[in-house]
Design a protein around this ligand. Structure first.
Ligand SMILES: NC(=O)c1ccc[n+]([C@@H]2O[C@H](COP(=O)([O-])OP(=O)(O)OC[C@H]3O[C@@H](n4cnc5c(N)ncnc54)[C@H](O)[C@@H]3O)[C@@H](O)[C@H]2O)c1
Ligand SMILES: O=C(O)[C@H](O)[C@H](O)COP(=O)(O)O
Length: 377
């Protein structure tokens, strides 16, 4: 069995080699010669998986270690009888912590309390749902928009996108990219929506670039100085609009989901799916793969207020770490992908044990995903 894996997929070699020969290849573009005698292909979002890539080859299974699947022509795979699995939810915590890092930084910069703001979440799945829970744990009001879930009759209070635009101080997008169909998200944030955002509001896109019309956003930002914008994803990638990057408050190279835990979960999810596909089902405990975190344990004395949460969160991950390098190299060929390939190790909040002498602080930090314990003084 020969298995091609994207070279940007941690733990792929050690896991997939349990089932055959592993060859690591670049994802953009995949060297097509390598596909000739391969049985399986494991990709990330940078690889377009379609008939042009796989037609006439012997690939029997494709795994994508990602939440999004818009780079995969699933109809073609079904027609060609090729097995397929994605990794739903693998990096949802990472994206939530990216959004928190950005909001805590903007709140400190502009001197506001997040508790006084309403956050509109568009797309309430693995990312949006976890974001809602953590925001609400902090007493922050959320407004939810998810027409597919509303139409299915899922529990929860869902609103129209228009209501979120009219009432939210922060509007954050966590939908898949649907280019057509009843739940189309291509340019969901168009010029009309962007012009209608509340004064001084914050726009965040950490799902797929084309969900926000980037050309329209640049035009709007040239007129509206009041908006703050956080973009992790761009239209197009990797050749983002440098003029837009210069206008946004935080701009990063599609790394919101790039915690070590998030990437490792993605690899293990597709590995487990592959082993089921070949009839040799295996399960992997994430903890057995991950190294000990750089910061093991910290003591927190007293209650948890917003500045303290910001310092704690930024001890683990500060989004500005990824903003500055992108600004430095934007526009240079190959640099967007290089920043993603040579990504500095980043961990999730759960990697930090926080010993609190205050019981309320410990309980809240646990709800927020830290490994917090109450240790009375
Ligand atoms: N920047 C990153 O690194 C990164 C990481 C993870 C995921 N993503 C992107 O974010 C997306 C969301 O991730 P997820 O794990 O929460 O996916 P998910 O599938 O769990 O959730 C997506 C939600 O969006 C909803 N939705 C679909 N169409 C909608 C519409 N027109 N309007 C409003 N809501 C709609 C769905 O019903 C679902 O509840 C992924 O599809 C992926 O493209 C990006
Ligand atoms: O959809 C996702 O999971 C992420 O957007 C994606 O994983 C980003 O990383 P990439 O696959 O491009 O390495």
């Amino acid at each position: 069995m020969k298995i091609l894996v994207d070279e940007n997929m941690p733990y792929a070699r050690e896991l997939f080699s349990r089932t055959g020969e592993v060859v690591a290849v670049p994802g953009r573009p995949v060297p097509t010669g390598a596909l000739n005698d391969a049985d399986a292909l494991m990709v990330r979002s940078v690889t377009k998986v379609n008939e042009a890539l796989l037609g006439g080859k012997g690939i029997k299974f494709v795994g994508t270690a990602t939440a999004g699947t818009d780079h995969v022509d699933e109809d073609f795979l079904a027609r060609a009888g090729i097995g397929f699995s994605a990794a739903p939810g693998c990096n949802a915590i990472a994206v939530v912590e990216y959004v928190f890092s950005a909001l805590l930084m903007l709140a400190e910069r502009d001197g506001f309390q997040l508790r006084d703001r309403t956050v509109g979440i568009v797309g309430v799945g693995n990312v949006g749902g976890r974001l809602q829970k953590r925001l609400e744990a902090l007493g922050i009001k959320t407004l939810l928009c998810d027409p597919p879930r509303a139409d299915r009759g899922d529990a929860g209070e869902f609103h129209s996108l228009e209501k979120l635009v009219a009432e939210a101080d922060v509007l954050t997008f966590h939908t898949p990219l649907h280019k057509a169909g009843p739940y189309r998200t291509l340019h969901l944030a168009d010029e009309t929506l962007l012009q209608a955002l509340k004064p001084d509001s914050i726009l965040i896109n950490a799902c797929r670039g084309p969900v926000v019309d980037n050309a329209a956003l640049l035009r709007v930002l040239q007129q509206r100085r009041d908006l703050s914008v956080v973009l992790d994803v761009w239209e197009p990638e990797p050749d983002l609009n440098v003029a837009l990057l210069e206008r946004v408050d935080i701009g990063t190279p599609h790394i919101a989901g790039y915690t070590l835990e998030g990437k490792a979960r993605g690899t293990t999810q597709v590995f487990e799916a592959w082993t089921r596909f070949i009839g040799q089902a295996q399960q992997v405990e994430l903890e057995t793969l991950l190294p000990a975190p750089e910061f093991g344990c910290i003591t927190l004395r007293g209650p948890l207020d917003q500045p303290t949460l910001k310092r704690l969160a930024h001890l683990v991950y500060d989004v500005r770490r990824d903003d500055a390098p992108l600004r430095k190299v934007a526009g240079q060929p190959g640099e967007f992908d290089r920043l993603r390939k040579q990504y500095l190790e980043r961990r999730e909040w759960s990697s930090l044990r926080v010993e609190c002498d205050n019981a309320d602080a410990a309980a809240l930090l646990q709800q927020l995903g830290f490994n917090a314990v109450h240790q009375p003084a």
